[in-house]
Design a protein around this ligand. Structure first.
Ligand code: SF4
Length: 471
């Protein structure tokens, strides 16, 4: 058992985040963080700050966590993280790729410092990650400049999938339990979009139809979904419309044709891995051959951009499986490739131990190699985020061939543009000015529960209209 006691400060979450960077998951006790750690049986740390403690001592005299004497909360928070990181890193003999930088948007800090050296010195970020963050930040800012602040960006969420992937953490339901609800969900969505759509009064820069899996509907209902969107939201030829077709097992010729005819120019076909055996074990109902077949169908349908997602660190895979998947996607030549690292949230069926260890840095090395291959093939990183429970301390990065970046992804991930969300579980955001590259954002959640949403779509519509000052 490793225990850290807090004295003279209450930066519980900061320390918990640093522990997670070392794949440790502390218990929820706010005076003391406890975690089982085979490297540290019976180890006690004390993280202290105060008048007479420009340094601190561990309770059993074994390890010290040194904190300089600082008083303002931001500095204390940073110093607590730095000192805990240093102590744990020395003690465990490991380093974390992002050092003590634990926020979800490393590009924000990269933009503030503007210098990979400073990121490494101040936050112990590894050189390759510091350079990646800086490069991504520069590309992200270029994309952001193409999205006018006065425009609105729209998200439409479909929280159903043909089956639930083993690692899934989203608010998404296996369609087999909800066949009778799909039509009712469309009714609710129609009411919400019909109520808000005509009175938005702002140009729509981007629209993202995501999930779940929006293509989970049968051909007729899918047409109805697109009609609801296109009939009630005023889009012009420049509006960037993306459909997350997601699961190849849901994509038909009819749906591809229907999207193209409605004006959709970008779609996502997400293999996650090109290893069919892994796909079966993950409870995804398609093979890698299906992915290739559907990709070719989509190419024939003439979409401008196809994005494909991959996941590094999948339970049943080795590093070479991941590299093989990267190479096979590069051979297909989609315009965008997004690399996720497996992460674990409460709802996922996989266990924490399936995600949190990377003792031999196998996943880390595989991701590094994968990024190298993408770079060589001409893809640039243009948005990035991290999740608290990402295993291996890594990140998710969107890559694109230059000029094909998804504006919506940047609008959403930077928190720098207004987003109006329709559908259960969507989060609307309103941005009020900025300080440097940090925006002040207010959020308006939509009810997550599908049945609750179906019973309150009118109320949800009014909530959003109030939030955006329409009524
Ligand atoms: S396709 Fe995505 S949202 Fe659907 S079950 Fe799989 S991981 Fe979850």
């Amino acid at each position: 058992m490793l225990e850290i006691y807090l004295e003279g400060h209450d930066n519980y979450y900061g320390i918990a985040d640093v522990m997670r960077a070392f794949y440790l998951r502390p218990t929820e006790d706010k005076d003391c963080l406890r975690v089982y750690c085979s490297d540290a049986p019976d180890m006690v740390f004390c993280s202290a700050v105060g008048e007479d403690s420009s340094s601190c001592t561990s309770k059993d005299g074994t390890v010290s966590i040194i904190l300089p004497f600082v008083t303002d909360p931001v500095s204390i928070s940073r110093e607590v993280k730095r000192s805990c990181y240093t102590a744990l890193s020395e003690f465990l003999g490991r380093k974390a790729p992002w050092g003590c930088l634990t926020g979800i948007r490393p590009t924000l800090v990269a933009g503030e410092t503007g210098d990979p050296q400073e990121l490494s010195e101040k936050y112990f970020v590894r050189q390759d990650k510091a350079e990646l963050a800086l490069k991504t930040y520069a590309n992200e800012q270029k994309v952001l400049s193409k999205i006018p602040g006065e425009d609105i960006n729209i998200y439409v969420g479909i929280p159903f999938c043909p089956s639930r992937c083993e690692y899934c953490s989203f608010v998404s339901s296996d369609i087999s339990h909800h066949m009778d609800r799909l039509g009712k969900y469309l009714d609710a969505l129609e009411e919400e979009i019909k109520t808000v759509g005509p009175v938005i009064g702002r140009k729509i820069s981007t629209l993202y139809l995501g999930g779940g899996t929006p293509t989970v509907f049968n051909d007729t209902d899918f047409d109805r979904l697109l009609d609801i969107i296109y009939d009630n939201l005023k889009m012009d030829p420049e509006t960037e419309v993306t459909v997350e077709a997601g699961r190849p097992d849901t994509i038909t010729e009819h749906k591809l044709r229907s999207m193209a005819e409605h004006g959709v120019r970008r779609i996502c076909i997400n293999p996650q891995t090109m290893n069919s055996e892994t796909l079966a074990r993950l409870n995804r109902l398609h093979s890698s051959e299906d992915t290739v077949r559907v990709f070719e169908m989509a190419r024939k349908a003439g979409f401008d951009v196809i994005n494909m997602d991959l996941i590094a660190g999948l339970k049943y895979e080795t590093a070479s499986d991941f590299i093989d998947s990267v190479n096979r996607l590069i051979d297909l030549h989609p315009e965008n490739i997004t690399v996720h690292t497996l992460y674990k949230k409460r709802r996922a069926a996989i266990s924490v131990s399936d995600v949190l260890t990377d003792d031999n840095n196998e996943v880390d090395d595989a991701v590094r190699k994968g990024y190298g291959l993408l770079d060589k093939a001409g893809y640039i990183p243009y948005y990035m985020y991290r999740q608290k429970d990402t295993g291996h301390g890594l990140e998710n990065t969107g890559f694109a061939l230059p000029g094909t970046e998804c504006l919506y992804n940047v609008a959403m991930m930077t928190d720098a543009r207004d987003v109006l969300s329709f559908g259960a579980g969507g989060m609307s955001k309103r941005v009020f000015g900025s300080e440097g590259n940090k925006y002040r954002v207010e959020r308006c959640p939509c009810i997550k529960d599908v049945i609750g949403y179906m019973n309150s779509s009118r109320e949800m519509a009014e909530r959003k209209m109030r939030f955006f000052g329409i009524i």
